[in-house]
Design a protein around this ligand. Structure first.
Ligand SMILES: C[S@@+](CC[C@H](N)C(=O)[O-])C[C@H]1O[C@@H](n2cnc3c(N)ncnc32)[C@H](O)[C@@H]1O
Length: 257
């Protein structure tokens, strides 16, 4: 089964495709419809790398936490059909406006569903996908909304992980066997303790019938929230004996057959 459009006879020509597990991106790609507007969004280079490596043109990609639609915009650019699920209606509408600003050169379909990716009914009309991308809230680091299903409104770590697991379970029923699920997540620091959300969520995905293929460590670029506050963060880190988050994870899993 061929899962990308890479021609291995010309493998030396794909300079833009990363094969190392350390990803340092100096800046966000804000070209085309991509917006620097911040809503906990990831940089387009993440879904781009994932889709170039593990999908083919014309295939279908599902993003269960679509946010401002970075995956959807990048999918359209690369000629992949895409569906996003986003619990916040206002953000979903903004995402769709952004997507429509991106030229549809390959004539693909792009859809966003306003709904809760932990709820079965959201998936009812969906067919099968060849990739699932999940960029959930990093528990409650950013409170996206107070809606019941919103992972960022979880009152405890267990509640967060249960909801996340439910979304993996439901999405996985629409993912073809031997195809990739990509999880993008960072850790959390609370009350003097590093909470390894990355490793906890990794375990949940594996327990849902996936094999871990890679853990990529990616640099975190300064976002609006932290800009200008670095000196204060450094002071606190030196005083309290911890390290400042400068990385997050992009984890690649394959659905077992
Ligand atoms: C980290 S952001 C994803 C950002 C996205 N990758 C982008 O680049 O714009 C997480 C998103 O998940 C949404 N969300 C949280 N719980 C959800 C749920 N149960 N179902 C669907 N969306 C949810 C939040 O509203 C937020 O927009």
């Amino acid at each position: 089964m061929k899962i990308n459009d890479i021609d291995m006879r010309r493998w030396k020509e794909y300079d833009d495709i990363i094969t190392d597990s350390l990803w340092i991106f100096p800046a966000r790609d804000n070209t085309g419809a991509h917006t620097p507007e911040y809503h906990g969004n990831f940089i387009p280079q993440i879904p781009r790398q994932a889709m170039l490596r593990f999908t083919r043109r014309g295939e279908w990609v599902l993003d269960t936490f679509a946010g401002l639609g970075t995956t959807l915009i990048e999918a359209r650019r690369l000629g992949r059909n895409a569906v996003g699920i986003e619990i916040n209606g206002e953000i979903a509408r903004k995402a769709m406006d952004l997507v429509e600003n991106e030229d549809n050169v390959y004539n693909v379909e792009t859809r966003i569903i306003v709904g809760d990716s932990t709820s079965e009914e959201v998936y009812e009309d969906l067919g099968n996908f060849q990739m699932v991308i999940m960029h959930p809230p990093y528990w409650d680091i950013i409170k996206f909304s107070n809606k019941g299903g919103d992972l960022s409104a979880s009152q405890s770590l267990d509640e967060f992980l249960n909801k996340f697991r439910r979304a993996v379970h439901l999405a996985s029923q629409h993912l073809d066997e031997e195809r990739y699920l990509v999880l993008v997540i960072g850790d959390k620091y609370s009350k003097g303790e590093w909470i390894p959300l990355g490793f906890y969520t990794m375990r949940e995905v594996m327990d849902e019938g996936f094999t871990l293929k890679s853990i990529v460590v990616k640099n975190i670029e300064e976002n609006r929230g932290k800009r200008g506050q670095y000196a204060l963060w450094r002071y606190r880190a030196l005083k309290d004996g911890y390290y400042i988050f400068k990385h997050e994870y992009v984890m690649f899993f394959v659905k077992n057959s």
